[in-house]
Design a protein around this ligand. Structure first.
Ligand SMILES: [Fe+2]
Length: 175
């Protein structure tokens, strides 16, 4: 089975609808950081990049005056739960192996503990890479969700992620 690429993911209508909503620039940056952390920690880079890119796709709109209402967001948020489901559906539709789609989905589910009653999650190395990458790109008051990126730049950076992923997969096969 050929690899589901970042460009495949990017072009899909589910991504266009939901990854844009919470900020394409943040999603790409987290995917980039996840790639570096995964390499350092010997974690599956393909899964880390996919989960990093999709981690916030469960966000609902809590808008007030064109911005998210963060108080309402903190109280009612279940974005990790919705995101886990959306990421899974998206990857299965694109032909990802079910076991890999599950791993990405679980990493999305556990990338934050803000919605859980008790914050004592034991994360796998993959899940920790995604949580750390997200935290490294966060800005106060959710400003990371509003950063902008042009269509061309988004495409170029996702294409570059695909190239680095293919290289990493090839290296792993020969090591
Ligand atoms: Fe995030």
């Amino acid at each position: 089975m050929s690899r589901v690429t970042m460009i495949d993911i990017y072009k899909h209508p589910i991504t266009q609808k939901y990854v844009r909503r919470s900020g394409l620039a943040h999603a790409i940056r987290v995917a980039d950081i996840a790639l570096e952390l995964a390499r350092e920690r010997n974690v599956d880079v393909d899964l880390a990049v996919k989960a990093g890119f999709l981690h916030d796709m469960g966000h609902y709109l809590f808008y007030k005056n064109g911005k998210w209402d963060f108080e309402e967001y903190r109280t009612n948020d279940i974005h990790a739960i919705k995101g886990a489901e959306r990421a899974h559906k998206l990857l299965i539709r694109l032909g990802e192996e079910p076991s890999r789609a599950k791993e990405v989905s679980m990493a999305v589910l556990l990338h934050t503990d803000s919605y859980l009653p008790a914050a004592n999650i034991q994360r796998t190395p993959l899940q920790q890479v995604v949580a750390d990458a997200d935290e490294l790109d966060e800005e106060p008051s959710g400003r990371h969700h509003y950063r902008t990126i042009t269509e061309d730049e988004a495409f170029t950076r996702l294409h570059s992620l695909d190239e680095r992923l293919e290289q990493a997969v090839a290296e792993a096969m020969h090591s």
